[in-house]
Design a protein around this ligand. Structure first.
Ligand code: GDP
Ligand code: IMO
Ligand code: MG
Length: 444
């Protein structure tokens, strides 16, 4: 399960829904730049680094090797959950996941300052610098916490470079090896029992017939390779990241669910062709409460873009879509959907090959009649107003992927579980296997 847009698609809710039928939920990418919201009865949980399956006692929640872990934030999140009566005893953390170190946070901030008006609008959680050190082979891994001597040596090596840059290039205070080691050995003592080879753990679970859900963070358009570079995050939130970020092989996959909002939002800077900096965008933001789960920033809002959705379907090989926040569009008299980009007399129906086109294009829209009814109580497609049902039908046709779940509110119960039989797509059993195997959860 992964994000099909620019993040915040409602992945937390969908993972929580599907987790009911799972044994394992494994986060595969990103770090605490993510903010996944799960609403459970009257309780709301905002998870940044712990998988969204943690609310179910039967689930083993796994932080995969592709995640970057800030151990201080992780422990705070574990403490916060325990204080609300949620056990974290079964949380497992990959020994190979990289650590977000205090100096990564400093470099994230400094990087943004030095970019000036070209800044990305990162979450300032140290994510880019942590993945950069991983690629540079200067990173520290979770397993390094288990050996103070190794940890000290590696921190020392990293700080030789980091401190030189901090002091000489930026005139900033330097970091102290002893202080970092002391702080992290306290974290190590608390995390040690949770650390293991999670690739092996998940493989064993699969061999025994266990059900595993791989939970994406961020979204396809924030992908380092496939997103709107450089306005992206530094990991692979797309399907490849699900495999490298967990150590699970692709042959094991039964379904690939993309989560997409019924409109589009984006936090941070970068191109966004269908953005509505007007009363429509304001209405979407207000009704959808579009404020960042992690940073509290106001999210930019705009019309649904099926060029991007088709792109997400292609690069991820999606077998199904979970369409969220359809309720937010209620009362808008007319809905627009972008079906192409116009640039210098040419229409692009696929994601354009050059960033300038994407930056400067004019969206080509189709218009759909809206609906005024409250749809938050709908349980089947038949219970949706005909205009809403037609809108969904158009989306699945345009994206070329069946919509299998429609979310009409933040609660578990506010969900339409595919109210009609779709014809199986040729040569693919994926989504249908998935549909047969899962019943809607009965928890409200
Ligand atoms: P994530 O990062 O993809 O997990 O998404 P976020 O949690 O950052 O943002 C999604 C927000 O929308 C959260 O506040 C959810 O509670 C909320 N939400 C999810 N699905 C729906 C829905 O169908 N309708 C409405 N109104 N809100 C939803
Ligand atoms: P979830 O998992 C939305 C965005 C940031 C910024 C860019 C780079 O909740 O969907 P980073 O701190 O990662 O270096 O910032 O990526 N971004 C997200 N936007 N949802 C997220 O996560 C995001 N994680 C990162 O706003 O534009
Ligand atoms: Mg989020």
């Amino acid at each position: 399960m992964l994000g099909a847009q620019w993040g915040d698609e409602g992945k937390g809710k969908i993972v929580d829904l599907l987790a009911d039928r799972m044994d394992y939920v494994v986060r595969f990418a990103g770090g605490n730049n993510a903010g996944h919201t799960v609403v459970c009865g009257d309780d709301e949980f905002k998870l940044h680094i712990i998988p969204s399956g943690i609310l179910y006692p039967h689930i083993t929640s796994v932080i995969g090797n592709g995640v970057v872990v800030n151990p201080r934030v992780l422990l705070e999140e574990m403490d916060g959950l325990r204080a609300r009566g949620i056990s974290t005893d079964k949380l497992r953390i990959s020994c190979n996941a990289h650590l977000v170190m205090p100096y990564h946070l400093a470099f994230d901030r400094l990087g943004e300052v030095s970019l000036g008006s070209a800044k990305l609008g990162t979450t300032h959680r140290g994510i880019g610098p942590a993945y950069a050190d991983k690629a540079d082979r200067l990173g520290l891994r979770v397993q390094d916490l288990l050996d103070e001597k190794i940890f000290r040596t590696k921190v020392g090596t990293a700080l030789e470079r980091k401190n030189a840059i901090l002091s000489k290039a930026f005139g900033q205070e330097v970091f102290d090896v002893d202080a970092i080691v002391e702080e992290h050995m306290e974290y190590a003592a608390r995390l040690a029992d949770h650390i293991e080879d999670t690739s092996l753990l998940v493989w064993r679970a699969l061999e025994e017939g266990g059900r595993v859900l791989l939970e994406g963070a961020q979204g396809t358009l924030l992908d380092l390779d496939h997103g709107t570079y450089p306005f992206v995050t530094s990991s692979s939130p797309t399907i490849g990241g699900a495999f490298t970020g967990t150590g699970v092989g692709p042959g094991r996959v039964k379904a690939i669910i993309g989560v997409a909002k019924a409109y589009v939002t984006r936090v941070g800077y970068g191109p966004f062709p269908t953005e509505q900096e007007n009363e429509v965008g304001e209405a979407m933001g207000a009704r959808g409460v579009e404020f960042g789960t992690t940073t509290g920033r106001k999210r930019r809002c705009g019309w649904l873009d099926v060029v991007l959705l088709r792109y997400a379907a292609r690069v991820n090989g999606l077998t199904g879509l979970a369409l969220t926040k359809l309720d937010v569009l209620s009362t808008l008299p007319v809905l627009k959907v972008c079906v192409g980009y116009s640039y210098q007399g040419r229409i692009y129906h696929d994601f354009p090959p050059h960033q300038t086109i994407f930056h400067k294009c004019e969206p080509e829209y189709l218009e759909f009649p809206g609906w005024s009814e409250d749809i938050t109580g709908a349980k089947t497609r038949e219970e949706l107003p005909p205009a809403a049902a037609r809108y969904v039908e158009f989306i699945e046709k345009a994206a070329g992927v069946p919509v299998e779940i429609i979310s009409v509110g933040p609660k578990r119960s506010q969900t339409v579980w595919d109210g009609r039989d779709l014809e199986p797509p040729p040569a693919s059993e994926g989504p249908y296997l998935y549909r047969e195997e899962f019943e809607p959860p009965c928890t409200a």
